[in-house]
Design a protein around this ligand. Structure first.
Ligand SMILES: O=C(O)COP(=O)(O)O
Ligand SMILES: [Mg+2]
Length: 306
């Protein structure tokens, strides 16, 4: 449940309330997967919508839980899709993991073991930390049936777990040994999304299942740095000279994007171009309600309601 109680029902975006929303907001916080793109395919109308918002002087930032890329890699992806976005407009959970260590004075003498992809490794390096594992351990196998043991580095002081399309038993064993045996070792999860889209054609398992695997073996709960954790909001507040009430979080997931927006006091807009359907929103078991909902971001240009 959100810490900010809503008093009204979600409103279908319409010509009138879309204009009011745009007028009342100074920054739009866009989720990426399911909102801007699915896999490598842009959602219809995204380019025109972003251009319209920029032409009105709105600040745009992109807050994604997908840790497979660094901010630099995301800026390249935007560019390849015909959208000009600078690195400092991107707040990925890979960046959040590195910043969490930075603001908590994690010693650069210690190492970070990663179940994850290149995005986390690059952000750790940029922040001055030494990452182990990740893509390098993709081909390793833990032959633990033959009475042999894995040696793990005792100077690992944090394990970061994010989406990893090459997760294996070796990585799980390594991460578990660090968390269980290295005194004070942090366990950080970039995010716990159930599913995402690495392809347009179907939903694919999200980082939630990698995190759950390490929770299972370590019997520990992680520190979450991606949405719905409010950790990244501190960085947005430092970037802008206005507060959360002048921001609108636009996302396709209730339990990450909309909850993040509500918990921080932003306005919220749910779109049905990703993992949530209208029946998910209306399901009586759902307690997370956005301020507005619509089919896709381009309804900010041409709303489907009246
Ligand atoms: O891929 C994910 O897990 C989610 O990514 P998103 O936050 O951009 O929707
Ligand atoms: Mg999404």
């Amino acid at each position: 449940m959100s810490s900010v109680e809503r008093t009204s029902e979600p409103q279908l975006l319409s010509t009138g309330n879309a204009r009011d929303l745009i007028d009342s907001v100074e920054a739009f916080l866009f989720d990426c997967d399911g909102v801007i793109w699915k896999g490598d395919k842009l959602v219809d109308g995204v380019v025109d919508t972003l251009e319209m918002l920029r032409s009105k002087g709105k600040k745009l930032v992109f807050v994604t839980n997908n840790s497979s890329k660094s901010r630099r890699q995301y800026a390249k992806k935007f560019y390849s899709l015909g959208i000009s976005v600078s690195e400092d407009e991107i707040f990925s959970s890979s960046f959040a993991a590195a910043m969490f260590l930075k603001v908590n004075n994690f010693s650069p003498e210690k190492k970070v073991y990663v179940i994850g992809e290149a995005g986390i490794m690059e952000e750790l390096q940029l922040a001055g930390f030494t990452g182990l594992g990740g893509p390098e351990d993709a081909k390793k196998t833990a032959d633990l049936y033959l009475d042999c043991a894995i040696e793990h580095d005792k100077s690992v002081g944090a394990v970061v777990v994010g989406i990893d399309r090459h997760i294996n038993y070796y990585k799980l064993q390594y991460a578990t040994l660090c968390i269980r045996e290295n005194p004070g070792c942090l366990f950080i999860a970039t995010n716990r999304d159930a599913v995402g889209h690495f392809t347009e054609s179907q939903e694919t398992p999200g980082a939630g299942c990698m995190v759950a695997a390490v929770c299972g073996s370590s019997e520990k709960e992680p520190i979450l740095v991606g949405k719905p954790s409010t950790f990244m909001m501190d960085f947005l507040l430092k970037k802008f000279e206005f507060g959360c009430s002048k921001m609108c979080m636009v996302g396709d997931r209730l339990d990450t994007d909309i909850l993040f927006g509500q918990s921080t006091g932003c306005k919220t807009l749910l779109v049905f171009s990703g993992v949530t359907t209208q029946s998910n929103l209306e399901d009586p078991s759902n307690h997370i309600q956005p301020d507005y909902y619509t089919a896709k971001v381009s309804d900010l240009l041409e709303p489907s309601g009246s």
